[in-house]
Design a protein around this ligand. Structure first.
Ligand SMILES: *Cc1c(COP(=O)(O)O)cnc(C)c1O
Length: 331
């Protein structure tokens, strides 16, 4: 399989907001969109997106995982960026329509169809640095993806960064383009100087998240992760994993975790650390780098609880375990 997110279905769902209303959505070629070079998004980053997946079930049907939560987050990102309000039901229908059209192309497990809703401000008005775009486009791209771990389940090395931050704190829970560009400098420097795969942003020593995934620490029967606030992205995978951990009788601690406590707990032999996100579900963390020193997390390899939690979520996604929480949506 090619690199994640580089293969697209030939068509997408699209809808435009003009004259204070959304037009009827349609399915069009995904080759290009056309907008004025002065479009608001191209100058002032009025853009947000979502990332969710459709999964093929053993009976051949296709289900979308936690569609409701993704739409709610898309609506929230839209609102926080002052883009035109979306009609949640209409957006959900756009997603279902385009997934239904390409249902035959949804890869079998462990592959899936990655869904990328996008909302951009299109008003050609470069004088509007301080006011919102009155027009916008929503579109839903589809990208079939294979097994994220086909290259082997290697663990990650993270650089703990307590001097910078991923994005402006009031923007953390918005899934918006500018936040990722903002994190690229620190990530590139961490790769060059520490051979780290990702940066774990820890503003003022408070362990937060990486450029595009949440961070979970597993110590025995306890799973520890930062409590929800405005400063970071509220992952749907994070929420799903914490729910499954509670179902399994684990203690879930959503609270502040300092670098000091993280390094202390990481040194214990049974500790596990993992990143969570839609693309890879759970990616084990083997090493942490802080102040030039490398710390191994637990055994340095993927631990049994990470494997167990990943299987539990995959089993629901693939329709092989009871969907107790109502996470699967028909197309
Ligand atoms: C998308 C994203 C996540 C993970 O969210 P999921 O809903 O689990 O995919 C975490 N952090 C950032 C910054 C993200 O963009």
């Amino acid at each position: 399989m090619s690199t994640f997110g580089t293969v697209f279905m030939p068509e997408m769902a699209i809808s435009r907001f003009e004259n204070d209303s959304w037009d009827t959505s349609s399915i069009v070629s995904a080759d290009s969109i056309s907008m004025h070079p002065g479009a608001h998004v191209l100058h002032y980053s009025s853009t947000c997106f979502e990332g969710l997946k459709a999964f093929r079930q053993d009976d051949g049907s296709v289900k979308i995982f936690r569609l409701d939560r993704s739409i709610a987050r898309f609506a929230q990102s839209t609102e926080l960026l002052s883009l035109p309000t979306i009609d949640k039901e209409a957006t959900a229908q756009m997603i279902k329509d385009v997934v239904a059209k390409f249902a035959a192309e949804v890869p079998a497990p462990p592959g899936s169809m990655y869904i990328r809703p996008t909302h951009i401000g299109t008003e050609p008005a470069i004088g509007k640095a301080a006011s919102p775009s009155l027009t916008s486009i929503q579109y839903i791209l589809l990208s079939p993806v294979g097994d994220y771990f086909s290259g082997g389940s290697a663990t990650l090395r993270l650089l703990l960064d307590d001097s910078g931050m991923r994005c402006a704190p009031h923007n953390g829970r918005i899934k918006s383009g500018g936040n990722y560009a903002s994190a690229l400098g620190p990530i590139m420097r961490a790769r060059e100087s520490h051979d780290a795969h990702q940066v774990l942003f820890c503003p003022d020593g408070d362990v937060q998240e990486t450029g595009a995934a949440n961070f979970l620490l597993i110590d025995g029967n306890e799973i520890i992760t930062k409590a929800l606030d405005d400063s970071f992205l509220h992952g749907i995978t994070r929420d799903s994993i914490l729910t499954l951990a509670r179902d399994m009788g684990m203690t879930v601690s959503e609270r502040q975790l300092t670098i000091e406590e993280l390094l202390e707990r990481a040194a214990k032999p049974g500790t596990e650390a993992t990143l969570s996100g839609t693309a890879a579900v759970l990616t084990p963390v083997g090493e942490l780098v802080h102040n030039g020193k490398v710390y191994t997390v637990g055994s340095g390899n993927e631990g049994p609880t990470t494997t167990k939690l990943r299987s539990a979520i995959n089993d629901i996604q693939w329709g092989r375990a009871e969907d107790k929480h109502g996470w699967l949506f028909d197309v």
